[in-house]
Design a protein around this ligand. Sequence first.
Ligand code: SF4
Length: 92
Amino acid sequence: DRVENRLFQNRYVVDVGRPHITVKPHVNPSNALVAMTRVCPAGCYSRNEQGQVEIVADGCMECGTCRVVCAQTGEIEWSYPRGGFGVLFKFG
Ligand code: SF4
């Protein structure tokens, strides 16, 4: 049973208007932040036409990768979703 198949079964509850991860306004993103457009397993990060990195946190699996990768740069604000929101894991 592949982990991807199980992840597909997770439910995600969007906390409308209260994203738990935000990218701070910036002109030029760091290499670490740009890397998130490739390594976020949920594909939450993307780059706009001006080159800034944006996030749509819906579907975030709370793996914490972006928090770790961008810890030094301070470009993102990261907190766990409120109780009852975010990903609800259904392993097993
Ligand atoms: Fe993507 Fe993981 Fe960051 Fe969520 S915590 S936005 S899944 S890298």
